[in-house]
Design a protein around this ligand. Structure first.
Ligand SMILES: Cc1cc2nc3c(=O)[nH]c(=O)nc-3n(C[C@H](O)[C@H](O)[C@H](O)COP(=O)(O)OP(=O)(O)OC[C@H]3O[C@@H](n4cnc5c(N)ncnc54)[C@H](O)[C@@H]3O)c2cc1C
Length: 219
């Protein structure tokens, strides 16, 4: 499904960084697994860090929580905004004003759909789990009926979305500050996974499964 540009997602400021390209959006969603969910609860905005999973077709993101969670209860009734951000570097300019961040970020808007059918819920939770750690759903014990009932799962369409991407050096070399004898450039940053650390309580002889030996697909 293509991105539909709306009044909400129309870029106004820093427009050169804006994109409504579906491939840009999907790349950002595929490389992340933590989002910030903005939701209004009792008239007050709450922004909650939450994990998410993108369905393989790229049409829906799933996020979950306790059925008792206020954000989960508020979400289905209201428009939410889900943001995913990757920070790629600090932009160190010649002036304080021109400092910035190299980044890729995506914002999704919509009214999330509560997934209530058990089979669809299991499929959605599988998507979420497999998005983060492929191979893990079939490897570990799957949710019991009771656990499923305690879990709220929401599905949010990726149709109403906006993307912003900033890359490259500071932009003040061409202006009056370009002559300043000040070092300018970028300090790149990239998150890295560490080696696996076994649970100290792990039973003897349990080997790391192949899917966890593989290089994580999320950076
Ligand atoms: C790590 C990080 C740090 C940032 N720090 C600053 C800062 O200190 N000061 C600052 O002014 N800006 C910062 N930005 C950029 C900021 O997110 C906004 O893009 C910018 O402030 C312009 O927003 P706006 O609402 O004024 O205008 P617009 O860009 O015109 O907003 C219109 C629409 O564009 C979309 N949009 C806006 N920003 C983003 C985004 N980042 N990603 C995806 N869609 C977006 C939304 O749908 C929004 O409704 C930062 C971004 C990141 C990722």
């Amino acid at each position: 499904m293509d991105i539909v540009e709306t009044e909400r997602t129309r870029h106004r400021r820093l427009r050169e960084q804006g994109s409504h390209d579906r491939e840009d959006l999907l790349a950002i969603l595929r490389q992340g697994f933590v989002a910030h969910l903005g939701v209004t609860v009792d008239g007050v905005p709450m922004v909650l860090p939450t994990v998410f999973g993108l369905d393989p077709a790229g049409d829906v993101v799933y996020f979950h929580g306790s059925v008792a969670s206020r954000s989960m209860l508020a979400g289905p009734e209201t428009t939410v905004c889900l943001t995913v951000t990757h920070v790629d570097g600090l932009v160190l300019a010649r002036s304080v004003f021109e400092h910035g961040v190299n980044y890729r970020s995506a914002m999704l808007y919509g009214v999330p759909r509560p997934v209530t059918d058990d089979a669809e819920k299991l499929a959605g939770l599988r998507v979420l789990t497999e998005h983060i750690t492929p191979g893990q759903w079939d490897y570990v014990r799957q949710p019991s009926r009771k656990e499923l009932a305690a879990t709220a799962l929401l599905a949010l369409s990726t149709v109403e979305a906006s993307v912003k991407i900033r890359t490259g050096p500071p932009t003040d070399a061409d202006g009056p500050d370009g002559d300043l004898r000040v070092w300018a450039g970028v300090r790149p940053v990239a998150p890295a996974w560490g080696p696996l650390v076994a649970d100290p309580e792990l039973g003897a002889g349990i080997a790391v499964p192949d899917h966890l030996r593989a290089e994580p697909h999320i950076r």
